[in-house]
Write a protein that binds this ligand. Sequence first.
Ligand SMILES: CC(C)(COP(=O)(O)OP(=O)(O)OC[C@H]1O[C@@H](n2cnc3c(N)ncnc32)[C@H](O)[C@@H]1OP(=O)(O)O)[C@@H](O)C(=O)NCCC(=O)NCCS
Length: 141
Amino acid sequence: MIEEISVRFATPADLTFVQQDRYIPADVVKHKIEWQEVIVAERDGDRIGYARLEYLWSLVPYIALIHVLPEYRCRGAGKAMLRFIEEYVRERGSAALYSSSQVNEPEPQAWHRHVGFEECGIIAGINTGGVGEVFFRKRLC
Ligand SMILES: CC(C)(COP(=O)(O)OP(=O)(O)OC[C@H]1O[C@@H](n2cnc3c(N)ncnc32)[C@H](O)[C@@H]1OP(=O)(O)O)[C@@H](O)C(=O)NCCC(=O)NCCS
């Protein structure tokens, strides 16, 4: 059976699901939902992943977080959310999409490269414990 993965912008009803990482406060997530900066992936009506979008200089799109529930990984949900974001930001005139991963996490780095991102720089020591962050760019045209 082919699994149906659908992707949409989050609504206020998704708040608990899309802030389960607790990385940013709920009121900020609420604001991001209003601004169409939170994306949800569903399979057969169940939420299985989410992503949060930011804009560098309020202009350049950047995936601040993309997360698929562990039991649903490698089934296309990450790629489906990425495609949704790419189409959305391309329609709004962006020529490139940015993302990032901690330097000590090779799996998500490999995923970014696999889905077409290229490494474009590192900010040293920006995370807790002095861990760096590697940035990726995907050209959209
Ligand atoms: C990274 C993450 C979002 C990927 O989502 P996913 O739903 O598992 O990935 P997909 O199934 O959409 O993968 C798409 C493609 O990438 C490949 N892929 C998946 N994981 C990969 C990995 N770790 N390394 C290389 N390729 C990978 C898949 O085989 C698939 O290939 P195909 O299109 O050629 O068939 C998910 O693993 C995750 O939530 N990780 C933890 C959170 C995280 O680290 N997020 C990134 C930093 S914010």
